[in-house]
Design a protein around this ligand. Structure first.
Ligand SMILES: *Cc1c(COP(=O)(O)O)cnc(C)c1O
Length: 426
């Protein structure tokens, strides 16, 4: 592509995410994206290793999603969702109900992951209130991440650095170790027993804790959490905003392995819900949870309603994304990506400064003996790839449609950058 004009590229008026605006270099000017490539204004392209924060599962600019959104744009770009309904939202809710495990079958739509978590927390608290119980605390896990709004932040690990400045503003929750070992399980059980009368729910990112460092746990740990919540009659919220829609190799991480899945009481979905094209989220409840809000009393209703709730364009994109999961072999592609990343990242384990190499589904992680992995970002751009290390990890989470060669370019960039870093560190 020929270079494009970039006179608009100024930091005078935009405020960037997670960025020290005083010192940041200017961001890269993007003029397009298709498949696994991001096209820059200078005419070059980057192979995308992280699918725009794990959203673009079918690659960018997929013609089927684009056509569905364009058709929806011609008929109904938006209408409010109170007292009015439209086909894309009702169809999407029914399709999610059919795909999700168990009777997770009542979808409440919003427009971002953090808001979907806020909604789940409010639903959990009100579930008990509607039954005459005041339970207002949530148990969350160390290394968990659930979003940047104050409620979601309250259940995000305080050590994560996401909310150092907000201690006095957020609800005080209870944090636990993920119950992997026998000792951790006994401790988790004890915590539930001690706090069950004030705890509305436990919240967990099933199988993979994402922004807290791409840490994995197994389906048995998840099953233990579910069983413990049942024993103490506490709700379980599954935050599948990152893991949902195939990222771990199953459509939903809750499904576990070979029939060893769990059914949470509430599940939060967003990121890949629209295939990475438009903002949309859903908080989906089981019939038991939903029924606790149905009564003759108006005050039992759930008092929440985002202005752009169930936006028709976003719902049309999500329906088109689900079509692609039906028609194209996405989960096989994830399995192939997993195998290739395993083979190609494993040699990093021998490099100086590497603490761990792990792969699960279409997530590949090289963990380093530093907390400043973010300083490696420019080295990836120099190699023509878009990879965004943070904390102590360099990770890949590419579009599921990425070609073998492009993925090989990504994995060798990771190995090269990590090797160079290991040589120069003091
Ligand atoms: C990204 C993410 C969120 C927050 O979603 P936003 O759309 O950024 O508000 C919450 N939970 C998990 C697990 C996430 O990965």
């Amino acid at each position: 592509m020929p270079p494009a004009a970039t006179s608009w590229l100024t930091l005078d008026h935009v405020w960037l995410p997670y960025t020290q605006m005083a010192t940041t270099p200017p961001p890269l000017a993007v003029v397009g994206a298709s498949g696994s490539r991001i096209e820059l204004a200078d005419g070059s392209t980057l192979i995308d290793g992280i699918a725009s924060w794990w959203t673009a599962c079918h690659g960018y600019n997929h013609p089927h999603i684009r056509a569905a959104v364009a058709a929806q744009l011609d008929t109904l770009p938006h209408v409010m969702f109170a007292g009015l309904a439209h086909e894309p939202a009702c169809t999407l809710a029914a399709r999610l109900a059919a795909l999700l495990p168990g009777d997770l079958s009542h979808a409440f739509f919003s427009e971002s992951g953090s808001v979907a978590v806020e909604i789940a927390l409010k639903m959990a608290v009100q579930f008990w209130r509607n039954q005459g119980q005041d339970r207002h605390r949530i148990i969350a896990f160390h290394h968990g991440y659930h979003g940047d709004t104050l409620g979601a932040l309250s259940v995000t690990d305080p050590a994560s650095g996401f909310h150092d400045a907000f201690a006095g503003y957020r609800a005080v929750q209870i944090f636990a170790e993920l119950p992997r070992t026998l000792a951790e399980r006994a401790e988790f059980e004890r915590l539930l027993a001690a706090h069950r009368h004030e705890v509305a729910a436990v919240i967990v990112e099933p199988l993979v804790q994402g922004a807290g460092g791409m840490r994995f746990h197994d389906a048995a740990t998840l099953a233990f959490i579910r069983a413990a919540c049942d024993r103490h009659d506490v709700l379980l919220i599954a935050d599948e905003i990152m893991t949902g829609f195939g990222r771990t190799g199953r459509l939903f991480a809750c499904q576990g392995d070979a029939g060893a899945g769990i059914v949470p009481d509430l599940i939060c979905l967003s990121k890949a819900l629209t295939g990475g094209t438009l903002p949309l989220a859903a908080t989906v409840a089981t019939t038991r949870v939903f029924d606790a809000f149905r009564s003759a009393r108006t005050e039992d209703a759930f008092m929440h309603g985002p202005t752009f709730m169930a936006n028709p364009l976003a719902c049309a994109a999500a329906n088109a994304s689900l079509d692609l999961f039906e028609r194209e072999p996405r989960l096989q592609q994830v399995a192939a990506i997993e195998g290739q990343m395993h083979t190609e990242l494993e040699p990093c384990r021998e490099l100086p400064g590497v603490l761990d190499v792990r792969v699960s589904g279409a997530i590949g992680v090289v963990q380093l003996a530093t907390t400043e992995a973010s300083t490696l970002r420019p080295a990836f751009v120099e190699r023509g790839v878009w990879v965004r290390p943070f904390g102590d990890i360099v990770y890949l989470a590419p579009p599921f449609t990425i070609g073998r060669d492009d993925l090989a370019t990504l994995t060798s960039a990771v190995c090269d950058v990590v090797r160079d870093w290991g040589r120069t560190r003091g």
